[in-house]
Design a protein around this ligand. Structure first.
Ligand code: ADP
Ligand code: MG
Length: 275
């Protein structure tokens, strides 16, 4: 398969009269992770849904190379882009294995039969999210964090060059947040996927993303490397909260610290007391 970047060109999306995205253009090359950040309601989920081809576009185009995504038949689109949506309920009665096997739907023959190859791919996807041990359990009996890993496994089973994730770390504890971000980086850097991931944890974006796109009220406010985008001025303004950005003690990444007024007064007090 050739080079398949995800390209968003002049994308505008509305829900009825409400404009949710305005003239967004960006490109996620294969081999890279782009973090999508921005306050609640900024349009991150809308961008992910639009990029996956499931929302009608008011104007603009979503392309993978020359192909216009919206003109591809659904099965072909599903071989191109996989999505881990924000907070979806998985059908609770299916087993984990059956759920991840659903990711193979775009490849099944006209009888809907699965092959040994599908089994190998499902097994590998489950291993990747450290969930092979509960392959036989019902999805409804899993914790929120476990379900979130199964959603990623299902997307991986789709074997696509482009992967979109919408706040996939939301229900994960620290260990699995890091594990998931490491997996996401491996998928981009080793397996050469183009990954776009909406994150509300700015420090995860700073640490793991190759590039960061900041959305504010449906507009692309800034795009660039984490160091370029995650400046105190920009983040304070976007989130309506003073923040401090300090350098990680031994990694070349910024750390973002919320800095509310009480904290700042307490900090001043401590500084004075120490003098
Ligand atoms: P984010 O993911 O950044 O929190 P969303 O993309 O979910 O933001 O939402 C962007 C804006 O679009 C918000 O103002 C939200 O209220 C609105 N919105 C989202 N989904 C719908 C919908 N299905 N119908 C109408 N408005 C929506
Ligand atoms: Mg969202």
């Amino acid at each position: 398969m050739g080079f398949k970047a995800l390209r968003v060109e002049g994308l505008t999306v509305s829900y009825g009269a409400r404009l949710a995205l305005q003239d967004i253009s960006l490109e996620v090359p294969r081999g890279q992770v782009m973090a999508l950040i921005g306050p609640n309601g900024a349009g991150k989920s809308t961008l992910i849904r639009a990029a996956s081809g499931i929302l009608p576009l008011q104007s603009g185009k979503i392309r993978t190379n020359g192909d216009e995504l919206t003109s591809l038949p659904p099965m072909q689109r599903a071989r191109c882009i996989a999505v881990v949506p924000q907070a979806v309920a998985l059908p609770p009665a299916f087993t984990v294995w059956e759920t991840v096997l659903m990711g193979r739907t775009p490849y099944l023959n006209f009888l809907g039969q699965t092959s040994a190859k599908d089994d190998i791919i499902v097994r590998r996807a489950l291993q990747r999210v450290d969930a092979l041990d509960f392959a036989d359990r019902r999805v409804g009996e899993l914790s929120g964090g476990e379900q979130q890993r199964i959603l990623l496994a299902r997307a991986l089973a789709q074997s696509t060059p482009i992967l979109l994730l919408d706040e996939p770390t939301a229900h994960l504890d620290m260990q699995y947040q890091v594990a998931l971000m490491q997996t996401v980086c491996q998928l981009a850097h080793e397996d050469n996927l183009a990954v776009m991931i909406a994150l509300h944890d700015l420090n995860l974006a700073a640490r793991y993303a190759d590039s960061v796109a900041l959305l504010v009220q449906g507009r692309l406010e800034a795009i660039g490397t984490p160091i370029q985008v995650l400046t105190p001025e920009r983040i304070s303004q976007a989130y309506h909260l003073p923040v401090q950005v300090v350098s990680h003690p031994f990694l070349q990444v910024p750390l973002i610290l919320p800095f509310d007024r009480t904290a700042s007064l307490a900090g001043e007090g401590r500084q004075k007391g120490g003098e």
